[in-house]
Design a protein around this ligand. Sequence first.
Ligand SMILES: [Ca+2]
Ligand SMILES: [Ca+2]
Ligand SMILES: [Ca+2]
Ligand SMILES: [Ca+2]
Length: 217
Amino acid sequence: MREEEKQMCDPLSALRIQNRIEKEGLVVKEGRLRGGVKLWGVALLLGMLMSLGCATTEEVKIERARHGNLLRVGDVSERDFNEDGESDHWVIREGDRVVREERDLNFDGLVDVYMYYDETGVLAEEEMDLDVDGKIDVVSYYKGGKLNKKQLSIGFEGKLTVMKYYDVDGALSRVERDENDDGRVDTWEYYQDNKKIRTGRDLDKDGSPDVFDEVEE
Ligand SMILES: [Ca+2]
Ligand SMILES: [Ca+2]
Ligand SMILES: [Ca+2]
Ligand SMILES: [Ca+2]
């Protein structure tokens, strides 16, 4: 596979391509071709990805910006908050239910925040691109409207290798890290009263901790 094809298979590259297509779709617009151009862009993107034979993993199945498979189609309403002629807020509905909101906070044409709502209209998940480079850096998961866990990328490099877990009171309870970046957790940190009390490490790479360091008071 050629280098540019590898890039195409990278979900984040695909996301950037999708955003570019949509932005260009908006440029061609002035109303008339707008919807048509965007749908064509998305179809083109999918066609390109399929023709390249990109691998689809279990993780990629759920539609999220971080997987590069999010399509802004269906019942979409747009707003232009800064009145520069370019949309910067999108609301995606299914029936009378809002399923997703997208916001371009710095008005550069790339979405920086994606908010996903559950069946009851409560925020369930939020993806954020903190350094506005088009790559998602933080994913916050909510349960019953409360922060339940948070996935982070260290140094904004786009790989979400840290997961923080919170208890029902919102206090940090555990941090899981994939320090060697092989896709598996290798370090577990346990917290009590917002203080680290214990660290576990997986030395034999079987996915569970083998040694523990107790943190002295
Ligand atoms: Ca705008
Ligand atoms: Ca932006
Ligand atoms: Ca980023
Ligand atoms: Ca182990």
